[in-house]
Design a protein. Structure first.
Length: 562
């Protein structure tokens, strides 16, 4: 099997080598272990894409396991949201859905075994005292006064902790390792804390809950995971996981670490994303400015574009930051091939075609997607009164202004050549209307006499177009590295005040009126947009997914000397 699998990164190389050597009897079992305390972001998509992808490529399986060991932060709706996101990205765990909380009895029994072996003890010190005596990178820790409690006393206290006899924070269970270890994680880590809290699956059954470092390796072991693929911050924790599993004599998966995804103009901390939601800086976890998968989905991103971006970003062993413009480039490539085109005028300026018959309507043929012939065509209505973009007209235009101005001919997309003959202004001097003439011989946008124009404008019929609200999103942060802040400030000081602008009176082709939430379009000459869930039968709402300008592609061409 391994010869059929392209080993394209160090993790796949390791898995292929294990299969070649018949390690784990040739099996590949991976897992994605999210904590149900928030929504998944694009960094998580990298993590579960690696785990599900490798399992699929090597004919194995990937478990979706919720690491629900902290009831104070976990909620059931996060469980459902995470499943939706993983499914949306195209991955399926089948029957392999698990919860860490289902292993609480086994974990507790294994902790009792460790105590009986003299390798665990109950510590009555406060968390502050434990932190203070833990030492530092340059100084060893100090053994506490309860470290050498008799085994029977530890067993009794731990059982009473489980039974709820002690208040929160009064005692913890610690592993007995080495307080002088150069690895701080090995200095008698906490295994259990007392927590009288309701658990979303276990109810009020438990009064002690396992710490992540104790639970992590055991969950993998219980499920028979072969390759425990983790982000790089767990590398220093691996010796502790190894120690626990070796002391217990249980199944011992191989842990391999990879670098997390970091992206410009983005924060990838679930805690910080939650703080943005709670402080009202965004409308929720699915705000289209958020890097959450639900936010990206609402903005109009596609799973195909995200997966291609992650493929290009690669799997590395070192931390780096990927330019968000690469993600946008992958998105444009996908949307360009799949999105139907429509015309939308964001800042309408009325145009009256003075030599066009009143009441007449021409049905003109418009191409739905020039990249996809099978997408066909649609009809757009041409009438005496139209709307064009206000910035597509200048009364006193410079020489290289190739759009509409007095006495200059331009093409209307799919329609006719027009010339502006008069400008109508209100009492304050604001332009409110343009009078133009059209050449009926140029139907479809070409002149039979061969004359050329340099400008082509999009437009909509004033009579037949419909109103729409358009939300123009930019990066949530104004700084490439949001964590780069002045002393005394936090990352929110770099929020972009212009990350959202709302256009309330855009005009768009009526063909979009039957669109469902999530439908994607290219607004010609403007960008890619999708229908937002806030849309109603009377008011369509669109989110700007991404602009047409592809800075990444331009940078690559420049780098290649093209």
């Amino acid at each position: 099997m391994s010869e059929k699998i392209p080993a394209s990164d160090f993790i796949r190389n390791a898995v292929a080598e294990d299969i070649k050597n018949n390690r784990w009897d040739g099996k590949v079992v991976t897992r994605f272990p999210p904590e149900p305390n928030g929504y998944l972001h694009i960094g998580h998509a990298k993590a579960f894409g690696i785990n599900f992808g490798i399992a699929e490529e090597f004919g194995g399986r990937c478990h979706l396991r919720f690491d629900d060991t902290n009831p104070t932060a976990e909620e059931e709706h996060y469980v459902h949201a995470i499943q939706d996101d993983v499914n949306w990205m195209g991955w399926d765990w089948g029957e392999n859905l698990f919860f860490a909380s289902d292993y609480f009895e086994q974990m507790y029994d294994l902790a009792v075994k460790l105590i009986k072996d003299g390798l665990g003890y109950v510590d009555d010190q406060s968390l502050e005292e434990i932190r203070r005596t833990r030492g530092s990178l340059t100084e060893p820790g100090v053994e506490g006064p309860y470290r050498n409690r008799p085994v029977e006393e530890n067993l009794d206290l731990f059982e009473r902790m489980k039974n709820g006899e002690f208040p929160d924070g009064s005692r913890v269970l610690r592993a007995k390792l080495d307080m002088a270890s150069p690895n701080l994680n090995m200095r008698d880590p906490i295994m259990y804390r007392i927590l009288h809290a309701h658990h979303h699956r276990q109810g009020d059954k438990w009064c002690v809950y396992p710490m992540y470092d104790w639970a992590h390796g055991l969950e993998d072991s219980i499920e028979g995971i072969t390759h425990s693929l983790c982000s790089l911050e767990f590398e220093n924790h691996r010796p502790l996981y190894d120690w626990f599993l070796d002391q217990l004599g249980v199944h011992h998966p191989q842990q391999i670490e990879f670098a997390r995804l970091n992206m410009t103009y983005t924060v990838m901390s679930k805690r910080k994303l939650l703080s943005l939601v709670e402080a009202g800086h965004v409308s929720g976890w699915d705000d289209p400015r958020m890097p959450t998968l639900s936010g990206l989905r609402r903005r109009g991103y596609t799973p195909a574009a995200i997966r291609e971006f992650l493929r290009r970003a690669g799997v590395n062993k070192f931390n780096s930051t990927v330019d968000v413009q690469l993600l946008e480039h992958c998105l444009r490539q996908d949307l360009n091939a799949t999105s139907p085109r429509v015309m939308c005028v964001m800042d309408p300026l009325k145009v009256v075609i003075t030599n066009y018959p009143e009441g007449q309507v021409d049905q003109l043929e418009a191409i739905n997607n020039p990249e996809d012939a099978s997408a066909g065509t649609r009809e757009v209505s041409f009438t005496r009164e139209l709307y064009i973009e206000r910035n597509d007209f200048m009364e006193d235009a410079p020489k290289k202004f190739f759009r509409l101005t007095l006495g200059k001919e331009v093409r209307l997309r799919y329609a006719y050549f027009i010339i502006c003959t008069d400008v109508i202004k209100d009492a304050d001097g604001k332009i409110i209307e343009l009078h133009c003439t059209y050449d009926p011989a140029t139907r479809g946008g070409d002149a039979p006499d061969g004359r050329k124009v340099k400008g082509t404008l999009h437009w909509v019929s004033a009579e037949h177009s419909i109103s729409a609200e358009v939300r123009l999103y930019e990066h949530l942060f104004a700084k490439e590295n949001p964590e780069d802040v002045e002393e005394g400030a936090d990352f929110t000081s770099n929020l972009n005040p212009d990350s959202l602008k709302v256009v309330t009176d855009a005009r768009i082709e009526p063909s979009v009126s039957v669109s469902e939430s999530g439908s994607r379009y290219q607004f010609e000459r403007i960008g890619y947009f999708c229908v937002d869930a806030d849309s109603t039968a009377n008011q369509l709402v669109f989110n700007r997914t991404v602009s047409l300008k592809d800075t990444w592609a331009k940078m690559q061409k420049k780098a290649e000397g093209k």
